[in-house]
Each structure stands twice: as C-alpha cells, then as structure tokens.
Design a protein around this ligand. Structure first.
Ligand SMILES: *Cc1c(COP(=O)(O)O)cnc(C)c1O
Length: 495
C-alpha cells in the first residue's frame, strides 16, 4: 500500500509526513492538512471485538501515522489513555432506547477535547525528536472554553514547548474560566480577550500567517504550532472513538455487526463530526450524520441550502463551546465534497474572507445528502436536559442535550429509527448553572456550591479535578483587547 502523506486543502504542492504536518499545524498556503487517502477498517476481522480502547487506538492510528514506529505509537497511546481517565473503558456508553450516549468527558478536564489533547503532546514530542527540531515550539490556541484547558493540561511543563491560550473573557462558564486561569506550569500563558471565539480564532490565524513575526521568532529560536482542531494531530485521534464505539455497541448486542448507525454531534468548529465522517470513509457503516447546532445555527442553514453565511448576529448561549460562526474544519469537508478539488476550496475560502459568505456547487450539495442539520434554542436545550432526567435519571450537559434534541427531531421528521450514537461532549458539572436551572434546582450563586447541590440532588459525583479548583490560586487573570493579541504573544516569548 502506498504511504499516506498530508497535503493542503488549498493546493497539492506540499506533501508532508504526519510528524511534519503536526509540527506545522497549518499548511504554508493557509490551508489545512488532509490525508492523501483513507485506510480501510475490515469489519470482518473478529479481533476488533476483543480490543480495548488503547488497542483500538494503536490499530487505527497506525493506519494514519505511517512515519511512527509501532513502539513510538505505543508509547504515545499508553501515556495518553491511562489513569488520567476516570473510566477504565476511557469512553463508556450509556444507552437510552434507540440512543446511545458516547461519553467522551471522563478525561482530566471533563470535556471531549481530552480525547485528542491527551495524545497530541506525545505526537508533538515524538515528531520533534524524529525530525531533529531545535526550535522551541510555541502552541497558539484559541478556545471557546474546553480546548484551552485540555491543551494547557496536556502541554504544561512539556520540555521544548510553550503554550499560549486566548479565550473570550465573557464567553465561558465560571468553571471553564477557573480551569484556565489557575493553570500551573512554567511554560503556559493564558489571556482573556474582549471578543468572542471567532475573534480569538481569527487573531490566532493571523499571527500564524504573519511572515514578519515568523522570521522574527525564528531568529529567537521559536516555531509556531497549533492545538486547535485545525491541527491534523487533533482530528485523527478523534476517529478512534467512533470506531471503538461501534464495536462496543456490537459487543453489548445493541446492534449486529454491519448494521448501520446514525451519528449525532453537537457541533461548533466541525472537528468532532468530521472525525466521524472520516470513520465512514474508512468503511464504518455510519448512515446519517446529524449535525446539531445551538442558536448560532450557521451550519444548519449551510446543510439545508449549501450557502454558508456569517452575516448574522452572534449569540452568547448556554452552550458556549458551540458559540462559533466560522467553523474552521468545514474547509476539510469542502475538500472532500469537491472531490479533492483544491481550486474550488481556495476560491470558496477566498470568497468567505472577502464577502463573509459562499455557496457550494450543486454537485457538492448533492454529496452532502448523508448530513442532516438542525438546532436547539436555549430553552429547548434546558427542556431536553429535564426530559432525559425524568425519563432515565440521566444528567446531560447542555451541549449533549442539543445533540439529543436534534436527533429526536430528526427521528420525528423522517421516521428513521436507526440506532443513533450521540457524542456526549462534556460533564454536566462544567455547566452546573444551566443544568440546575433545567432540573429546577435552586441557584446558589457560587460555582462550587452549585456543583455540590447538583451532585446531591441527582445522586452523581463531582469530578475531583473540578472540585479541586476551589483551592487553587488564579495565576492568569489578564484580559486584553483583540488587537493586542500579537503584543501578548511577543511579550510572553520575550520573557
Ligand atoms: C468543542 C466542543 C464542542 C464542539 O466541537 P467541534 O469539534 O468544535 O464541533 C461541543 N461540545 C463541547 C462540550 C465542546 O467542548
């Protein structure tokens, strides 16, 4: 089999190994790295059913990471998916009737971002060693709340790496903010910005592509990389849990081998749902992809009409990790929909930058048929949390509730009752205020009392790391204006 390489969504000139693509974060032409082909999962191989999460990860990742030796990969997997996860299964599944919740939030920061960000630092360390990189790597990260903490946790005190995180200061929950502002480690910096996630993401992309800054930093011995899902090293590990989940459903007799299932994902930057689509391209029998948005429903409209239009009001909602209008991973989806036509992607991205909107071709629209887009309002989100609790005493986080609501709508509209795997992306305790409101639990006004009361009322347990935040000093309280992001990077690196 020919080796896999990684090239840009915007031209086929650059061909990189996985290690180089992870280190670079973004292609030189501003596009995103994509694999040259999709390796196949052989469903008829009975071994899948006896593998644990780590073994499945080793197998799937080895298909994509051609340039890593089995030993290197095994070290990465073992160090990533260990006792940091509170469940020995890593991603346990809870089934309510025709819906199975794939719980991706048992990692150290209680959100699904841990699934990829536990292993990305190990990919990066291995790549630095393999390629003999001498520059210090600077990880620049924009976060809508969960990526920031998961990246800080993964990269804190990693040698040869510095990490700088930007988050919207008024756009995250109290617990999310504390998780970031109390982060320890000599190589970390965290800044709140006066803006939303899109501003943070745009600022980071600009810094990335700033050639003058790039050469200035090069002289100082620094090179940039990214921990956002624009980094291909974030996306590939996310494919693993969809494959592992399918085989778990077979093992627990929820489905039979080969049965199709639908996938529902609460979506922001389109990374998580794209990973599920990658799994389908590898041969997994995934039928419909239910793309669930909150009131920032730019993707719902896109899937319905083929028009992506960012000219709309931005809402700060009760699902802050999905408050996004410019979904960066959509570019990788466009690449696939266009039949890997980089000229089309380049032109669409250009139009997006100039006009804030674009429309895809009829052929591309046609290829999007296995996607269904829907959204939930803030109050529908709360009602859904309450419904799941009343029906089954299952406590959903608001983001997961958005996906559940849209999946239920989908079934009602289409009559399609195929078993549906829902990505459960965060612990309800990260958003205790909203969950308490949904379940008519009194508001306490204090994040820690609220978590305790939620646990007590629902007979669940507050994740230890979230409780521990109470005793940790705030180290990174700075808030800056968006146009000071570059200065913040400069001054952090000059220290
Ligand atoms: C990041 C995040 C999402 C959105 O995931 P994308 O990959 O950006 O689409 C949804 N829910 C939670 C809790 C998140 O942290």
């Amino acid at each position: 089999m020919e080796p896999i390489y990684y090239s840009s969504t915007r031209s086929h000139d650059e061909k990189q190994s996985f290690s180089q693509a992870v280190l670079d974060g973004i292609a030189k032409d501003g596009g995103l790295f994509v694999p040259s082909r999709f390796p196949k999962v052989d469903l008829s191989n009975p071994e899948w059913l006896s593998m644990d999460y780590q073994a499945t990860a080793q197998k799937i990742l080895s298909l994509f990471l051609d340039d890593f030796t089995p030993e290197e990969l095994s070290t990465c997997v073992t160090k990533a998916y260990d006792h940091k996860f509170s469940s020995p299964q890593i991603t346990p599944i809870t089934t309510l009737g025709a819906h199975s919740f794939l719980e991706l939030f048992h990692g150290p920061t209680s959100a699904f971002k841990d699934m990829a960000l536990s292993i990305l630092p190990h990919f990066l360390k291995t790549s630095i060693r393999k390629l003999g990189v001498e520059d210090e790597i600077v990880i620049l990260t924009a976060t809508s709340g969960d990526t920031g903490k998961a990246a800080l946790e993964g990269f804190a005190d990693v040698q040869g790496v510095k990490i700088i995180v930007f988050y919207p200061t008024d756009g995250v929950s109290d617990i999310q903010k504390l998780q970031m502002t109390t982060q320890s480690g000599d190589n970390v910096a965290v800044f709140g910005i006066e803006g939303n996630f899109d501003d943070a993401q745009r600022g980071v992309k600009q810094i990335f592509l700033d050639k003058a800054l790039g050469s200035e930093l090069k002289k100082m011995g620094y090179a940039f990389s990214s921990a956002n899902s624009i980094n291909i090293g974030r996306l590939i590990p996310q494919v693993v849990y969809y494959v592992a989940a399918y085989f778990s459903l077979v093992k627990s007799n929820k489905i039979s081998m080969g049965d199709p299932i639908n996938i529902a994902v609460p979506t922001g930057n389109f990374g998580n749902i794209l990973a599920a689509y990658y799994a389908k391209l590898m041969g997994m029998p995934f039928a419909k992809f239910i793309c669930a948005s909150n009131v920032n429903n730019v993707l719902t409209d896109f899937i319905k009409t083929g028009v992506y239009d960012t000219h709309r009001d931005f809402f700060a909602s009760n699902t802050p990790s999905m408050d996004i209008l410019v979904s960066s991973n959509l570019e990788r989806f466009l690449y696939l929909l266009s039949g890997e036509d980089t000229a089309i992607v380049r032109s669409l991205m250009n139009t997006l930058q100039l006009e804030g909107r674009y429309e895809i071709t009829p052929v591309m629209k046609h290829r999007m048929q296995d996607f269904y887009g829907g959204y939930a309002t803030e109050s529908e989100t709360l009602t859904t949390i309450s419904k799941a609790y009343d029906d089954a005493h299952y406590v959903l986080d608001p983001h997961t509730a958005v996906a559940y609501k849209v999946a239920l709508d989908y079934t009602e509209k289409t009559g399609d009752t195929t078993h549906t795997l829902i990505a459960a992306t965060a612990s309800p305790f990260k958003f205790s205020d909203s969950v308490a409101k949904a379940l008519s639990i009194p508001e306490t006004g204090d994040a820690f009392e609220q978590m305790a009361l939620l646990a007590q009322t629902t007979d669940t347990v507050v994740p230890t790391a979230l409780n521990a935040l109470k005793r940790m000093p705030v180290k990174h309280g700075d808030t800056i204006k968006c146009d000071h992001m570059l200065d913040a990077v400069r001054s952090t690196l000059k220290k």
